[in-house]
Ligand binder design. Structure first.
Ligand code: NDP
Length: 264
């Protein structure tokens, strides 16, 4: 299927590894030029160059911490300078947390609010004027199944991801008149290098391997009984970005192997 995305420009936060990198590769395969954003400059630049070489698209690596308003301004300025704006915005940068209400200070709540919610607000404010000039576009916010079905150890993550889902709905209502479609994806278990690292730490010195731990976790939690690969998830991002998803507006889509335990 022709996804009709050739020569579009996408800004992808957290595009240097895991889900963001897989989305970057999948969009590049469709001929989309990329602005990749993350904090660690070296890894980001390396992946940007590799994607440019592998897929023949233009890539720009912008080292930025999207939890900081000043860095968001840099992302917007660099995108405008290099490409005159963008057609697609993927707000993917994010990370899990680990706390209780009783031990987490205000500063931790504030950081995750900036990272998961304000980054998407500020990038929309900065990039939407250019998207309007280009005739429209698509914004996808990567939240989590935890926005609906919380994990006990990370209330800050659950709460800020839930806020991102509502923010997406409100933004979708405001921007559809400009032919900009906003949607949110709620992934379940996606096997990224970070999961592998965590599993290795948790199983160090035990009788189980990291792979056994992950396999059992997926069997315990999901009807499908396995993790998804980042590539499986990335295909759904591409579809949702594309004109084939033209009637998809303001929705939250679960890609979770059946893990969500209610009808959403
Ligand atoms: P990874 O930890 O593998 O990658 C995170 C990416 O975000 C990296 O590129 C990282 O680069 C970047 N990043 C993190 N913090 C910042 C920041 N402050 N500013 C700019 N970039 C940042 O994560 P995943 O691929 O696993 O997850 C991606 C998204 O998907 C997250 O929002 C996560 O919550 C969500 N998700 C993941 C699931 C999973 O099972 N993997 C399930 C559900 C949701 P750098 O460190 O260089 O900044």
């Amino acid at each position: 299927m022709d996804m009709q995305l050739k020569d579009k420009v996408a800004v992808i936060t957290g595009g240097s590894v895991g889900i963001g990198l897989a989305v970057a590769q999948a969009l590049a395969r469709e001929g989309v030029h990329l602005v990749l954003v993350a904090r660690q400059e070296e890894r980001l630049a390396e992946q940007g160059s590799k994607i440019a070489a592998d897929y023949g698209v233009k890539t720009l690596a912008v080292a930025a911490d999207v939890s900081k308003a000043g860095d968001i301004e840099k992302v917007v300025a660099e995108t405008t300078r290099a490409f005159g704006g963008c057609d697609l915005l993927i707000n993917n940068a994010g990370t899990g947390s680990n706390e209780t209400f009783m031990n987490a200070p205000d500063e931790k709540w504030q950081y995750y609010w900036e990272l998961h919610v304000m980054a998407a607000v500020r990038l929309a404010r900065g990039l939407v004027p250019g998207m309007r000039q280009r005739g429209g576009g698509s914004i996808i916010n990567n939240a989590s199944i935890c926005a609906k079905q919380p994990l006990s150890y990370e209330p800050i993550y659950n709460t800020t991801k839930a806020a991102l889902v509502m923010m997406s709905k409100c933004l979708a209502n405001e921007l559809i008149k400009d032919n900009i479609r906003v949607n949110v994806i709620n992934p379940g278990l996606i096997l990224t290098p970070d999961w592998k690292k965590t599993a290795a730490q948790l199983t160090a010195g035990t009788d189980h391997t990291a792979d056994q731990y992950l396999d059992q976790l997926a069997k315990d939690l999901t009807p499908i009984g396995r993790f998804a690969t980042p590539e499986e998830l990335a295909d759904f991002f591409v579809f949702l970005c594309s004109p084939h998803a033209s009637y998809c507006v303001g929705s939250a889509y679960y890609v979770d192997g059946g893990w969500l335990n209610v009808v959403a």
